[in-house]
Design a protein around this ligand. Structure first.
Ligand code: PRX
Length: 664
């Protein structure tokens, strides 16, 4: 493995902060003894541990008869025989005691707001389920793609799908029409739900035209209809017989729809994410295991209380938006805030103002957002009363100690625990994280696995690394909210997650991340070991980037790696080899670079723009033709090349590239 970089060394030497005592007294898990007791219970009888929790937390329509079935590993099955409905779990069961409690607070970027009580959420979800079934023929197992902004209707449609038993697949609104088309085609969706658009940076922006483009030339024959929610009121085209207005139709629907009893293992949703090779993969999640973990981690990690106002800033198009904006909080009967816009509109005080106004208790965001707010307006938070905050969370990427300390002091006033939560689209929910009332925290360190989650840092042969040594972060026992499959591609599921690390011949889930474990068992994530780049917490596969770059007619080949970035954590750095006949000049290269960025934003979306590109005469390759990306990564990061280059087809290429970098 690579040497530990300077940032990680800084994390490892950080001092520890103890949880706030007053908070801990009232927390569900109050100290490390309680945490260890839970871990002990899980260790002594894993199935009983998870079975008891599933019985306690889920309102079953029919009880399960087996906790875990490993017969067809790694296609694990949890809570077999059980029947439930996730929308019932998130809404109906709260109605008796909480019908007038606010489920969703929505704030638009322009300052408009709306509250949706649990009773109202019930009505709207039922009406929407009727609409989807009666007018769009959506049945159990059908796929519905959502391409929507951050508005309450996105939660309503997701829950309506869950109520019917249809499988939703939310596509992030920043993805391009091409990327949307790929996902619709892969999921073979029957219906696309979108909006005219929304508001961003003070202006309307559009979504519906991207759907039109994705569907043009009958490129998605599975899609029969498109349902459009009106949000920004801008003019859009309605294709006759295909496009329908949600706002017009919903008024006529009945507000009762019996939730479909679903098997525990029936898929709840697909969410596409990038891997190290090929096209994005449709990560398939189950109903029971997923919702159990979403709910449980809201209780353990956010210590969610009935009186809490909770805010997760993630977009619904990512897994954090699924689990910690919608499903987790609603399964707990909590109040969740959905904010439509950007963090800097009309200024860098917007989020702090919202925390003050809504008296937010628990706040969950990304390190990139923290770094942006810190670097643009370090002292802005002082203009607001943030004293309601009790727990702060970060997710999606490593947080550097400087940003951590600012978050801790300036936002948390030195009294809030920061839960640095490590997890992935594939894990469904938090896996390694401090518990706010119990775990002593260390800036930049995700600390300890949750009870019942067996995380280990291993060599490829399944043996444990020494403390302080870098290894592969693996989850060595199946867990309820784990990915069940890659939609339509079981082989890729095994290949992606269960092929690299084995212990006694048995496949083990490998996350793709490197990590270091210390003598206390604290785990520090060192970043992806594969060809996935994490830009602003967005996962981007370099294979997708390279295949888009080579669509440019002047490009012969390219290799993309990550470079460290002070705000976005990582950025994309491409090495580009042009065809021999392409004229070379600074102007020509700049033009090509511009065109390549145009292709990337068309093929993938604006999140895939290159941070930097370097035109090089060739790429370092092994004799069998494999590009040595590790070498390119070291060069991009300004590190010394320590890898053995003697086995390269042309070792002199490394020196040539280093020379170009030094001269830029
Ligand atoms: O590399 C890890 C990083 O984000 C990856 C998962 O990305 P995604 O599936 O998009 O899910 C993001 C939200 C859960 C991981 O493989 N990552 C996630 N959380 C952390 C992290 N890296 C460091 N520290 C974290 N807390």
């Amino acid at each position: 493995m690579d040497n530990v970089n300077a940032n990680i060394e800084k994390v490892l030497s950080q001092k520890i902060f103890k949880p706030n005592r007053d908070f801990a007294k009232l927390a569900r898990i109050k100290n490390m003894c309680e945490y260890e007791d839970l871990c002990y219970n899980a260790d002594s009888d894993y199935e009983k541990f998870w079975g008891d929790l599933a019985r306690e937390k889920i309102s079953w329509f029919h009880p399960f008869n087996k906790v875990l079935n490993t017969e067809n590993a790694p296609f694990y099955k949890w809570f077999e025989g059980g029947k439930l409905n996730v929308s019932y779990q998130c809404i109906d069961r709260h109605l008796k005691e909480k019908k007038n409690k606010v489920a969703i607070i929505f704030e638009g970027e322009m300052g408009d707001y709306k509250v949706v009580t649990y009773r109202k959420l019930y009505t709207e979800v039922n009406k929407t389920a009727n609409l989807l079934k009666n007018h769009f023929d959506i049945r159990k197992g059908d796929r519905v793609v959502l391409y929507m902004p951050m508005i309450p209707e996105v939660a309503i449609v997701m829950l309506a799908c869950a109520r019917i038993g249809a499988i939703h697949s939310v596509v992030f609104g920043g993805f391009s029409p091409e990327a949307l088309r790929d996902r619709i085609q892969d999921a073979e969706a029957k219906l696309v739900v979108t909006a005219d658009g929304a508001f961003r940076k003070g202006k309307p922006y559009m979504l519906k035209p991207a759907v039109d483009k994705a569907l043009e030339n009958n490129s998605c024959p599975s899609v029969k209809k498109v349902l459009i929610v009106e949000r920004n009121g801008e003019d859009i085209e309605y294709v006759r017989g295909r496009d329908f207005s949600y706002n017009e139709m919903i008024a006529h629907e009945r507000s009762i729809f019996e939730p479909e009893p679903m098997d525990s293992e029936d898929p709840l949703f697909l969410l596409y994410t990038s891997g190290s090779t090929g096209k994005p993969k449709g990560v398939q999640h189950s109903s029971a295991g997923y919702i159990l973990h979403a709910q449980l981690t809201m209780e353990w990690v956010f210590d969610i209380k009935d009186s809490d106002n909770y805010w997760c800033t993630a977009d619904v198009g990512w897994i954090t938006g699924h689990t910690y904006l919608i499903y987790g909080p609603l399964a707990c009967g909590a109040t969740t805030l959905i904010y439509e816009g950007t963090l800097a509109y009309p200024n860098y005080g917007r989020w702090w103002q919202m925390i003050e106004e809504y008296k937010i208790d628990k706040f969950y965001t990304s390190p990139t957002a923290i770094r942006m707010l810190y670097s643009h307006a370090e002292h802005e938070p002082r203009n607001y009363d943030l004293s309601s905050l009790k727990v702060l969370g970060t997710v999606g990427e490593p947080i550097n100690p400087t940003a951590w300390k600012w978050f801790y002091e300036e936002i948390g006033g030195g009294r809030c625990s920061i839960v640095d939560t490590w997890w992935q689209t594939e894990t469904g929910g938090n896996m390694i994280t401090p518990l706010p009332g119990a775990t002593p925290i260390k800036p930049g360190c995700a600390t300890l696995p949750l009870p019942g989650i067996i995380a280990e840092v291993l060599h490829e042969d399944g043996s444990r690394v020494e403390n302080g040594e870098q290894g592969l972060l693996c989850i060595t026992k199946p867990w309820p909210s784990m990915i069940r499959n890659i939609w339509g591609d079981s082989e890729r599921y095994i290949e992606s997650y269960f092929s690299q690390v084995k212990r006694d011949g048995m496949p083990i889930y490998f996350s793709g991340d490197g990590a270091i474990i210390d003598e206390k068992g604290y785990i520090t994530i060192t970043g992806r070991t594969d060809d996935v780049v994490n830009v602003s917490g967005h996962r981007i596969g370099t294979a997708e980037i390279e295949s888009a770059i080579t669509k440019h007619e002047s490009v012969a080949e390219s290799a993309c790696v990550s470079k460290l970035d002070p705000i976005t954590g990582e950025s994309l750095f491409a090495y580009i080899v042009l065809h021999e006949n392409v004229p070379r000049s600074m102007g020509e290269e700049l033009e090509i670079m511009k065109e390549i960025n145009g292709i990337l934003s068309k093929e993938i979306g604006n999140i895939a723009k290159l941070g930097a590109a370097l035109f090089v005469p060739g790429l370092p390759k092994t004799r069998s033709g494999k590009i040595m990306r590790r070498i390119l990564k070291s060069i991009a990061r300004g590190e010394e090349v320590k890898q053995d280059i003697s086995t390269l087809e042309d070792p002199s290429i490394v020196e040539k590239i280093v020379k170009i970098v030094t001269n830029v």
